[in-house]
Design a protein around this ligand. Sequence first.
Ligand SMILES: [Fe+2]
Ligand SMILES: [Fe+2]
Ligand SMILES: [Fe+2]
Ligand SMILES: [Fe+2]
Length: 443
Amino acid sequence: MRSQPVRNFRGGYGYMTIRVDQLIRAIGTALDIIESGMFGVRTNHGKRVAVLCAAMGRTLGMNESAVAALSTCALFHDSALTEYMLYLTEQDGKAGLFLHCIYGQRNVDLLPLPGDTDGVVLYHHERADGTGAFGRREGNFPVGAALIAAADTLDLNFPLQSVSGKYLEKLRAHIASEAGKAFTRDAVEAALNVLDEDMLEQLRDEHIRETSEKLIPPWFAGMEDTAAFRLAALAARIIDYKSTFTRQHSMQIANRAWLMAGYCNYTPEGRAQLYLAAALHDLGKLATPLHILEKPGALTTEEFDIIKDHARGTHELLSTVGGMDDICRWASEHHEKLDGKGYPFGRGADDLDYNSRLLCCLDIYQGVCESRPYHPSRGHRETMEILLGMADKGLVDADIARDLDQCMGSWSERCLPPPPQAAEAVDAVLGGLPHPLPDQRAR
Ligand SMILES: [Fe+2]
Ligand SMILES: [Fe+2]
Ligand SMILES: [Fe+2]
Ligand SMILES: [Fe+2]
């Protein structure tokens, strides 16, 4: 038996580690892209809020673990936004405000963060004077939530990524004038401590990525750690909830990959890697416009090119994460075909290894099973006929297709078991809708 992987927020190494903080940032980047696409929010919003919170937390004396936890909460403060958007299309907008706070908190609760994050996302729309989302007053919600609320409001109301030095005094005066009103006194003190010309420079779009790498503490986790599994499951949920038609797509593919890796006797570590690749394979889809994802009928060539970009997007995002080179390759090759005519790279049989071929087959299998605007859902037999037909044409691996036939045939859609490390995250996904509402507003 080998020893347990080591998790270390300050840079220790275990048996095959990944940079969880970099994965969190990659998911955050994807979230920033949808947020600016859907709501017109400024580019890199989440990253700027996280950087400001890390700096403000430090100035208030938080230790590095607390800063790591706070900056993750800040990056994910609007992570329930795909769920929220879906809900808004079905219900009224006011409920959506509460819900993205509640579900955003549930999302960060799934991660084994190194500091206390109780209520930090839940109360990110509170105001010191008690006129915020849940009506909590200063002192009745956590300092971390107050810092996110201040950074969030400032980034929404001021173009922090381009504010020039001469407006700095105006900005600082505004912050000071909101003490006890919009912002808590702690948040005002912290914001005034950190917002200087140098910080404004670091918040600019061209520097923000570098700044976030510098200011947000590194977090390493073993491949089989709960952190890696839950983060992948959480990302899968955010991706899946982007469109009504894909509500369980990534999650189901991840569970199928987990099953297949067990069927093929992978090592625990190899199984974990495949699960992560499967859960994250469509990460780049967060940048694909919804009207194209949900278009009924045939796509134009331009629209299809935009769809195809999602696989390249997955590559761009995951290639920034240390320890995930193989995972990045498998995930971004899920639309490659053995004849070299797939995308995004046009790689063929000589380049595609077993896991890339498997993810391609699983993506097709799951896609055919799902109901889409252009086709109804299909059962196992009909799905396999389509997949085996593609194998006959030399597009996908025939042995893998036959293995899938064996392995998947005995599992119905509903009882695909997730890996134990991700079970809680998956339960939260399945319990995601319908949304409960807070019974009463706390004062
Ligand atoms: Fe929010
Ligand atoms: Fe925000
Ligand atoms: Fe895809
Ligand atoms: Fe997919």
